[in-house]
Design a protein around this ligand. Structure first.
Ligand code: AHG
Ligand code: MN
Ligand code: MN
Length: 336
């Protein structure tokens, strides 16, 4: 395939694409694309650290743990600092919520200026960093709600259901670096061309296959899944299910990217170790659920749509069934 820069196709960067998408909204003031520009800048810096991890001293742990009780890897910290530094000074970003920070970061005082909340998992799949397996960054964007009482504790403003998202996306640092985003008008993908450092449009209006004989789950914990999930996994191995295969990378963003393109279903059920599931609602499940639904897929916690859940706390965890609409419905049909 010819490189994007020489084939006859137009070269559209993610910035141009977002601005064109903005023009569709008469009320859009362009501040949205300016803010998303902060995210693409941050992910290019993170990508450079990921690609040079073995050369720069960025592998291994920091020796500290985060609010999740997980050991923070050096690249987690670098990714987190990079996003905060690239976004914090963009005048329309009011609050930032990170997997790595206990409380929301107040970038701007309350008021018109800081009208957006950016929620993110700066580096997803940390256990894969040191073994050179795909990892990623996940982000979700909401607007501050003027109706929440103005308090010095901005936490309440962040506890909104996922259906309130105005945009969501991820970057997967894989064999190539791909960004996917949605503003509610379809899912669009861009590949980073390192020769000139821009994300170039490579797929527009991505649609997830409605079915796919692939399930993605850490079966090591199968013995402690609720019975319904165990019944589904038994069924998937039977002849009449028709030879499902298992793919599990251990980086949610990479497992989701494959599911978005190939179809199938990703599962992280409740386990004995994580009775409410392991994945976080605000900056892992919500953004990927928004993308999945925009691509014609589905996302459930086993009882309701992920996007309908109103969070009680910032780092709340949720069970997650995410993928092709027929596969998600099939899993749900096995649950009590
Ligand atoms: P993070 O690195 O941001 O903490 O996320 C890791 C998550 C997710 O990426 C992946 O799907 C899941 O942890 C894997 O969990 P197990 O190792 O328990 O399978
Ligand atoms: Mn994660
Ligand atoms: Mn993470």
């Amino acid at each position: 395939m010819e490189p994007a820069t020489t084939s006859g196709k137009p070269i559209i960067t993610v910035g141009q694409h977002i601005q064109e998408a903005q023009r569709a909204y008469p009320t859009a003031t362009g501040d949205f694309s300016w803010m998303l520009g902060g995210i693409t800048l941050a992910t290019k810096i993170i990508e450079s650290n990921v690609r040079n991890a073995g050369i720069r001293d960025v592998l291994g742990g920091t020796g500290t743990s985060n609010v999740q009780g997980e050991l923070v890897q050096k690249l987690d910290q670098i990714a987190n600092d990079t996003i905060v530094r690239c976004l914090g000074y963009r005048e329309n970003v009011g609050l930032m919520v990170s997997e790595e920070d206990d409380e929301p970061i107040v970038a701007k005082d309350v008021g018109e200026k800081g009208k957006y909340i950016v929620l993110f998992d700066p580096l997803d799949g940390s256990s894969n960093i040191d073994v050179n397996v795909s990892i990623g960054t996940i982000f979700s964007i909401m607007q501050r709600r003027s109706d929440t009482p103005k308090t010095d504790k901005p936490l309440a403003e962040c506890l909104q259901p996922g259906m309130n998202q105005v945009a969501a996306g991820y970057v997967v640092y894989g064999s190539s670096t791909v960004m996917a985003y949605t503003t509610g008008n379809g899912v669009h993908m861009f590949t980073l061309d390192p020769s000139f450092g821009a994300f170039v449009l490579t797929r527009e209006n991505v649609k997830m296959p409605v079915a796919g004989k692939m399930y993605s789950v850490n079966e090591a914990y199968r013995g402690t899944f609720p019975q319904g999930y165990q019944r589904y996994l038994e069924w998937a191995k039977t002849k009449d299910a028709g030879n499902y295969s298992l793919r599990y990378i251990g980086s949610l963003v990479a497992d989701f990217h494959r599911t978005l393109l190939r179809g199938g279903v990703f599962l992280y059920p409740p386990t004995a170790k994580a009775p409410n599931g392991k994945l976080r609602l605000l900056y892992e499940a919500n953004p990927l659920a928004f993308l999945a639904e925009q691509a014609g897929g589905a996302a459930s916690d086993g009882k309701q749509s992920i996007l309908k859940k109103t969070p009680d706390s910032l780092h709340q965890r949720t069970p997650l069934i995410l993928g092709s609409i027929e596969e998600v419905e099939r899993v749900l049909s096995f649950l009590d």
